[in-house]
Design a protein around this ligand. Sequence first.
Ligand code: SF4
Length: 450
Amino acid sequence: MPRYKILTWGCQMNEEDSEQMALSLQERGYQPADRLEDADVILLNTCSVRRKPEDKVFSTLGQLRKLKARKPNLVIGVCGCMAQLRAEEIQRRAPHVDMIVGTAHVSQVGTLLEEVLQRRRLMMRLELPPRKGAIVTDIPQRKIDRAPKLKAYVPIQYGCDKFCTFCIVPITRGRERSRPTQDILDEIKRLADRGTKEVILLGQTVNSYGKNLLEGRVPFARLLQLINDIPGIERIRFTSPYPRDFRDDLIHAIAELPKVMEHVHLPLQSGDNEILKAMRRLYTVEQFEEIVQKLREHVPNIAITTDIIVGFPGETEEQFEHTLEVVERIRFDGAFMFAFSPRPGTPAAQMENQIPRAVKQQRLQRLIELQNRITCEINAAQVGRVFEVLVEGPSQKDPSKLAGFTRENKMVHFTGPRELIGQIVRVRADEAHLWGFYGSVLEREPRGRP
Ligand code: SF4
């Protein structure tokens, strides 16, 4: 039985693509291998959002060169964002690679592999769908017979039309295309039949879903409503929305649809309007704060998390301080915080006034300290509160405990019988930490807003 190994870097969309790649190989009789040495096919599903994962892919390809010298029939493929962006460099630096497969074709790796095996020469598939605004029907056909899982990612949109100046995604994943609504609903119904209770809808700007569909515009809030009606699905999350498109109908959907969780991950990126403009983020700090205020007004106890980049080209000390002030004012529940990483091919990489690495690191450290303090304070204030938790399995930190997430996406560890796995239970938060809570199970409880 031939075996495959897929190594994945990057975001949830990449994890999701890797699952589709695995299904495509399994359809052709391939089985997963535990170790690289046991595989007949090794696929690297890559990420270009920062430099580090790109470096890691090249060092992995260096190791695989030795493996291929011992196993000449081994097929090696580079897939995803780096394939899209750096195909020539991959060919030059890693001539032992057999397949280079761009983001729009990863779900066809099984078919492409057959061609590689027949022809024994490099296979490249890199075309991206056409221009902005077109009604695009060549959305990848997804395999929806997925393995049973409690929580499942479901892509609803591909690519991005926003062109933030620091971001490589519109180049690697192409223009924004929404997946037909019925396809999404069919996949989620199938997942629910197989035991999925929580779906996480994925898109680069997930709330601009529904433009340019053949069947006509379907607003994201309407899609949430349709998913909310699917029996068996208990929880709906989505990531990541774009602030400018965060309209009132979405705020009302979060407030009114019982299965939509009280958590929004809303990327701020910077707390300074000049920097936001240089980033081409299409909203101001004031508009961002207005959305946060409305969310908090309409959805009690909502958790709001964010992404922030420090050290964007030209960011002055004062502009960085503005970010700290906004973080202090908004008090996010958590944040992914990064030092700016110039990506070749983006406008920001060409900008003058790049910030020295040491300054970026020092700003990042200050921001992390501030945000960690706020997260700890917010969590500490919730000790004693009873949360509804979907029990996912044994805790990775301490397998004698169970772990799950609250509706607000906070992690909780607690002691309880294994039969609780897969169920929604009420847990009291006893002890707060940066990562979440230790708690005690109170009782099993039918679902509903706390
Ligand atoms: S919205 Fe901006 S940061 Fe997000 S994927 Fe699109 S271009 Fe990149």
